[in-house]
Design a protein around this ligand. Structure first.
Ligand code: ZN
Length: 93
């Protein structure tokens, strides 16, 4: 396991999760088969308020879901932060 650099993807607030999921956090939990217990941004121990849309730095536009607190989810799009790569759940397989 290793940390990877990610950034928030903006303009995703209106994106609905796929059928069968009540929220993006629910999507993440069902895909991972476990409950989110904390904000998964490295160095943050906030609560997992939302399933945030992030992209990997240098990868292009592919979106992933990461449990995040509201503060981390509101980081500006330019701000790079780190998360465990294994905590990123792709929006599209
Ligand atoms: Zn956080």
């Amino acid at each position: 396991m290793s940390f990877i650099e990610v950034k928030n993807k903006k303009g995703t607030a209106g994106k609905k999760p796929p059928d069968g999921y009540t929220s993006w956090l629910d999507f993440w939990e069902k895909k991972k088969g476990k409950k989110a217990t904390t904000c998964e941004v490295k160095g943050c121990d906030g609560s997992p308020d939302v399933g945030g849309h992030v992209i990997k730095v240098g990868e292009g536009g592919k979106e992933y879901i990461l449990p995040m607190c509201y503060d981390c989810n509101n980081k500006p799009e330019e701000e790079v932060f780190e998360a465990w790569e294994s905590d990123l759940v792709p929006v599209k397989d």
